[in-house]
Design a protein around this ligand. Structure first.
Ligand code: GLP
Length: 243
């Protein structure tokens, strides 16, 4: 627990940097990192960018896999997760764009796209550390309430609450928010050797308490982390309001 979002970002940024540096990634043995979008990870991204600028961290031998992407939103749309990742993070670090993996929500065969994504993760030896955020309903990636805890990368219809929450990025216009997304599954996240989730702000406090203080439940998919041997939830004071 840290005071606010900036302090959480600094803590998580330092934590990830240490993991990457201790791993000593090489071209033959890269560090495989799972990444989220949303406002929650932005302070972490800012801190990581700072560490790269200071020469304390390099993404040269880091391979990334993003959690999710909207279906049907043009890749260059300002709110596509592809655009978000380059705008908020990738454009400022020394990552090879060929090492960046983001689901293609405009692929002609979405089912094949999801299967190929899982296969690529596997071919890279699995994800070392998956960084995540949560929705107000406790979803991780776009694993909306009711998602199977053994789910894999797939197409998901967004819950009304998620469309409502994300409409703030579409000028408050619900009709502009895509109705579907591609997302890694809960099991894809659980397969990572380590999971780190950032939860900040009071609007996430009910979800956080359900995920931590109630049982494992597919209505709050973050709760699946209770089954993971190495999971960390980094929160700010506001997010603990219901604990
Ligand atoms: C979307 C993303 C999630 C993210 C959530 C929270 O639903 N698919 O991966 O965790 O937004 O976003 P924010 O951090 O902006 O609250």
């Amino acid at each position: 627990i840290r005071d606010g979002p900036e302090e959480v970002g600094r803590y998580v940024g330092n934590y990830i940097a240490k993991r990457i540096n201790d791993f000593k990634p090489t071209a033959e043995k890269p560090f495989v990192l799972g990444l989220p979008t949303g406002s929650s990870p932005i302070p972490t991204y800012k801190h990581l960018i700072g560490l790269v600028n200071k020469g304390e961290l390099s993404f040269k031998n880091v391979i990334t896999f993003n959690m999710d992407e909207y279906v049907g939103l043009p890749r260059d749309h300002s709110e596509s997760y592809h655009t978000f990742m380059f705008r908020e993070f990738f454009s400022y670090i020394d990552i090879d764009p060929n090492n960046v993996h983001i689901l293609d929500g405009n692929a002609p065969d979405l089912v094949a796209e999801c299967a190929a994504y899982e296969a690529t993760i596997k071919a890279q030896g699995g994800i070392e550390l998956f960084l995540g955020g949560i929705g107000e309903d406790g979803h991780i990636a776009f694993n909306e309430p009711g998602s199977s805890l053994s789910s894999r990368t797939r197409i998901k219809t967004l819950a009304y609450d998620t469309i409502l929450a994300n409409s703030r990025f579409f000028g408050g216009d619900l009709s502009k928010v895509p109705r579907m997304a591609l997302t890694v599954g809960v099991a894809t996240v659980l397969d990572a050797r380590e999971v780190v989730v950032v939860v900040t702000g009071q609007r996430k406090s009910v979800a956080l308490s359900k995920a931590i203080e109630e049982g494992v439940n597919h209505l709050t998919t973050l709760s699946a982390l209770q089954l993971h041997p190495w999971a960390l939830i980094a929160v700010d004071e506001d997010a603990t309001a219901e604990l």
